[in-house]
Design a protein around this ligand. Structure first.
Ligand SMILES: C[S@@+](CC[C@H](N)C(=O)[O-])C[C@H]1O[C@@H](n2cnc3c(N)ncnc32)[C@H](O)[C@@H]1O
Length: 264
């Protein structure tokens, strides 16, 4: 399945669940919590927040992780086998990016072993065809060292900003206490832009400025269903308690530079 088809399929499923969940909890107001402004940490345990997160960010983050891993593979810094630990993995969007990057590079997903750890058990976890994938539902700061010592890829997919200084120091100690067996280890950190929410430039269309071979802004606007935003706005107009900003992150921010390991 292509990445585009995968996005379409996943968005359709999440949006259907989102509408059902909104009906059962009586509206979308809980989604207001999905903001990083003022140091807020969203309540990812809420199904509605998870679904809203997926609708807003998942296609763009998937494209970013795809590029991040593709870049890593092109560097040929590591050997054939990849053993990844994704810290704050959520439902594993970076695992999906890795899968598509491996496939597009002519590689074999069997080369990959992926472990995602997250304090919250996310819906929509899916391992695609990376059969050696595991999700651990745990607060990583409860560890003193990593659960295995042969990881050679350590990833923070939009998660590093979630750690307080104290917790981040604990995570650093976890690395120090791990007796890594691999000579080469690649660290990947994809940062989140926690600027003003309205900064995302979604106009329903975008220039064809994406590098070839992946979604690109034009591809994004083509495949992102416009009705999602419209339905959400309609919901909010009826509710009148709050007006929820619905701006799926535009890939335009991501596509102007094909090197994405530290994009926002
Ligand atoms: C912004 S979300 C990113 C989720 C996912 N990686 C993605 O790409 O969409 C940050 C994630 O970090 C997780 N997280 C925060 N603190 C954590 C901790 N101490 N241990 C494990 N996961 C943690 C949160 O539960 C959340 O799922």
């Amino acid at each position: 399945m292509s990445m585009e088809r995968f996005i379409e399929r996943k968005l359709r499923k999440v949006f259907r669940d989102f509408q059902q969940e909104a009906d059962s909890v009586g509206g979308l107001c809980a989604c207001k919590d999905l903001t990083y402004e003022g140091g807020n940490r969203p309540d990812y345990k809420s199904a509605l927040v998870q679904q809203y997160y997926m609708l807003r960010y998942f296609p763009a983050y998937l494209a970013e992780y795809y590029l991040m891993y593709k870049h890593m593979l092109q560097e040929r810094f590591l050997g054939e086998s990849l053993k990844v630990i994704s810290i704050g993995s959520g439902c594993g969007i970076d695992c999906w990016g890795l899968y598509f990057a491996i496939c597009d590079s002519g590689g074999d997903p069997k080369r990959v072993n992926y472990t995602g750890i997250d304090i919250v058990k996310w819906k929509y976890q899916e391992i695609l065809h990376i059969d050696n994938s595991y999700f651990i539902n745990k607060d990583i700061t409860e560890w003193t060292k990593l659960d295995e010592n042969d990881y050679n890829v350590i990833v923070f997919p939009k998660s590093i900003g979630e750690f307080s200084d104290k917790d981040f120091n604990i995570v650093c100690d976890i690395f120090v206490n791990t007796d890594f067996s691999e000579k080469r280890i690649c660290g990947l950190c994809s940062l989140m832009d926690i600027g003003k929410e309205g900064d995302a430039e979604w106009q329903g269309q975008g220039p064809q400025d994406g590098p070839q071979g992946h979604l690109g802004a034009e591809g994004f606007s083509r495949l992102y269903p416009n009705h999602i935003g419209k339905v959400i706005h309609r919901h909010c107009n009826h509710c009148n308690h709050c007006s929820l900003p619905f701006i799926p992150i535009s890939l335009r921010k991501y596509c102007s530079n094909s090197s994405s390991s530290t994009t926002t």
